[in-house]
Design a protein around this ligand. Structure first.
Ligand SMILES: Nc1ncnc2c1ncn2[C@@H]1O[C@H](COP(=O)(O)OP(=O)(O)OP(=O)(O)O)[C@@H](O)[C@H]1O
Length: 310
């Protein structure tokens, strides 16, 4: 790996386009060894942040660094950071191989590595074909091949699953997870919590250029844990026991209980301690997507009017 420490650090970043505030004192740190989801509704400032980190846009104030340095000051950038921002950026008249070879040469990377990444992303069969004829999925894989070329410690992926088929989506998810497992820093943007729930270990949620919340995915799921559904042939006895332990237990038809204020392992422990049989114990959480929509609702740039359901 080119550099060991691929931490991304953004501090008090501000950026406006005319009267539009894109980033408003945005600060966060992205650590290596995990996939960090960068979540926010359309217009939240995800792409702007990534462009600034990559030196493609300039902030009004604040700091954006990778591995403790400004990206623009790095002489062979592909060896430090791999990025997928715009799948359509390769010249349509070029072949995939010549596009990658050109990029490799300008970063002091050999031809052998070009063939290696072409294999890795699964485009060997079309490597000599013109990029102009590529499907979105193929262009996306080509963009990822470019990101992998310099074997960097840090990766930035802007909405990488957009427009991909299920196979391509699964492939990108697994690639990101394996890059993180190798100890690299992976920042991936999305506007869908459901997508991040499947990929990310950690999430940064932004809205209108501000950090709304930062959390591990596990803690987020726990925070929105709702209650535990329990089924027992002695539901009434179990409800009494749980109430005495300070939980709220509501009897439901079919020997079932809805329990809150106590977690599933504790319910199991209490039931076992009093020899009460349990046939089902299911923790239920509010949908993370709903929680996310609630959190970002005020910061969404465009809100659809509520559907008129009759
Ligand atoms: N080049 C530009 N010129 C003018 N306004 C811009 C430009 N780029 C971004 N903006 C504005 O800055 C804000 C942040 O946009 P940005 O593209 O960073 O958001 P995003 O979270 O990536 O959203 P999306 O998911 O829609 O790409 C938006 O209000 C957007 O309209």
């Amino acid at each position: 790996m080119a550099i060991v420490d691929g931490v991304i650090e953004v501090n008090e970043l501000c950026k406006s386009y005319g009267r539009t505030t894109a980033l408003d004192s945005l600060s966060f740190v992205v650590k290596p060894g995990q996939v960090t989801g960068f979540l926010g509704p359309n217009g939240a400032g995800k792409s702007t942040t990534m462009r600034i980190v990559l030196g493609l846009d300039r902030q009004a104030s604040g700091i954006a660094e990778v591995g403790g340095r400004r990206y623009a000051s790095v002489s062979r950038p592909l060896r430090e950071v791999g990025a997928l921002l715009d799948a359509g950026s390769a010249h349509p008249g070029r072949s995939a191989f010549s596009h990658l070879h050109c990029l490799a040469r300008s970063n002091g990377i050999g031809r052998g590595r070009v063939s290696e990444v072409i294999e890795q992303v699964g485009i060997a069969g079309v490597a000599n074909k013109r990029v102009g004829g590529f499907s979105l999925g193929m262009r996306q894989r080509l963009g990822i091949a470019a990101a992998l070329l310099g074997d960097p410690a840090t990766f930035l992926f802007d909405e990488p699953v957009n427009g991909l088929d299920p196979e391509g989506i699964r492939w990108i998810r697994e690639l990101m997870r394996s890059l993180a497992a190798q100890g690299r820093t992976v920042l991936v943007s999305s506007h869908l919590m459901s997508e991040m729930a499947l990929t990310a270990d950690h999430v940064l949620i932004i809205g209108r250029g501000k950090l709304i919340m930062e959390s591990s995915m596990d803690a987020l799921a726990r925070r929105f844990a709702r209650d535990v559904f329990v089924r027992s042939p002695r539901a009434r006895d179990l409800a009494d026991l749980l109430s005495k332990a300070g939980a709220k237990a509501t009897l439901l038809p079919g020997d079932a209980l809805e329990v809150s204020g106590i977690d599933a392992p504790k319910i199991a422990g209490l039931a076992a301690g009093h020899r009460l049989p349990v046939h089902e114990l299911t923790p239920r959480s509010a949908s993370l997507e709903d929680a996310y929509l609630q959190m970002t609702r005020e910061s969404a740039e465009y809100l659809a009017p509520k559907a008129d359901v009759r």
